[in-house]
Design a protein around this ligand. Structure first.
Ligand SMILES: Nc1ncnc2c1ncn2[C@@H]1O[C@H](COP(=O)(O)OP(=O)(O)OP(=O)(O)O)[C@@H](O)[C@H]1O
Length: 298
């Protein structure tokens, strides 16, 4: 588990991360979502001891990263896929990591296979790798020590659609086996398809967090009945306010299960009942509107 507790980072009078708290739980993929410059990378760098927090703590399994005796065995980190020695081959980079982690040699070839880097690609210098290949190598390095926790900063950058699908399946499987995954992105769709839990950050502050289901449900319910007037009346009677869209559908903040129950009791046949698809996109833009560069930066 990753625990971030009241983390703040000031650069002189600029606050890059402002009292951020959240947890990333085992068995779940936690998406760390925010627009450019929101403070995701800074928070992740603090988690792994590369940046010192001005206040607050970030721990992995209850310990600070710097206190982990052989960190690669406990947490796999990919912060910048291009931050590798360009003159080394992919295989050499993994071999160096394998040696200092004290892992069996076979682990390198195993990981190259997992990330689908062919033997000839693994023998090429990283300076000649595409961004997608660097991401794959970075994921191989993060997985090398078979850690229980993964911290990945924008891991889908540079991957093609098949690569994104591959990564999603890999991380899903990893979390399903009990691993903790924290991955950041400024692209909502990426997070929406993979994450179980979402932490949204804007202007250094957490603007919303919860399970994906909770955040989707926060958008409310759309319901359409054979007798819209009677349905509206039944809902209003229970104090559930509704608005009617031009196409006759009713919109309410209440839960779909409750709306369905009210309709059943009122004897109204429903033709549509669903969680309102505001799309996390709208919510993401709305929630971060005041904290984006284009918005009021206070
Ligand atoms: N060393 C530093 N000195 C001064 N400001 C910094 C430093 N590092 C980061 N910042 C600022 O902190 C803010 C947050 O940056 P950060 O890289 O954490 O954002 P991010 O959410 O990862 O963005 P992106 O999606 O663009 O990668 C930015 O305004 C950035 O310019």
């Amino acid at each position: 588990m990753i625990t971030v507790d009241g983390v703040t980072k000031n650069y002189q009078d600029f606050t890059a991360v402002d009292d951020v708290s959240f947890t990333a739980q085992p068995g779940r993929v936690t998406g760390f979502l925010g627009p450019n410059g929101a403070g995701k990378s800074t928070t992740m760098r603090i988690m792994v001891g590369l940046t010192r927090a001005t206040a607050g703590t970030a721990t992995i399994g209850g310990r600070h990263y710097v206190d982990l005796p052989n960190p690669g065995l406990e947490v796999g980190v990919l912060l910048d896929a291009s931050a590798q020695h360009a003159g080394r081959t992919g295989r050499e980079i993994l071999t160096i990591a394998q040696l200092y982690m004290g892992l069996p040699r076979g682990r390198v070839e195993e990981m190259l296979e997992v990330v689908s880097l062919t033997p000839s690609e693994a023998s090429r210098r990283v300076g000649n790798y595409s961004l997608g290949m660097r991401q794959r190598l970075g994921i191989a390095a993060a997985l090398l020590g078979d850690p229980q926790v993964l911290i990945l900063d924008e891991p889908a950058n540079g991957l093609d659609p098949a690569g994104i699908r591959w990564m999603r399946d890999l991380l899903r499987g990893y979390a399903d086996r009990g691993g903790t995954v924290l991955l950041s992105s400024h692209l909502l769709h990426e997070i929406e398809v993979i994450a179980d839990d979402i932490v949204m950050i804007g202007n250094g502050r957490v603007v919303s967090q919860g399970t994906k289901t909770e955040l989707l449900h926060a958008a409310g319910t759309v319901v359409r009945g054979a007798d819209p007037g009677l349905l509206r009346h039944a809902l209003t009677e229970l104090g559930i306010t509704t608005t009617t869209s031009p196409d006759g559908a009713l919109h309410t903040d209440a839960d779909p299960a409750l709306v369905g129950k009210v309709a059943l009791e009122a004897g109204v046949a429903l033709t549509e009942l669903r969680a309102e698809d505001a799309g996390l996109e709208d919510m993401f833009l709305e929630l971060t509107a005041t904290s984006q560069r284009e918005g009021a930066r206070t």
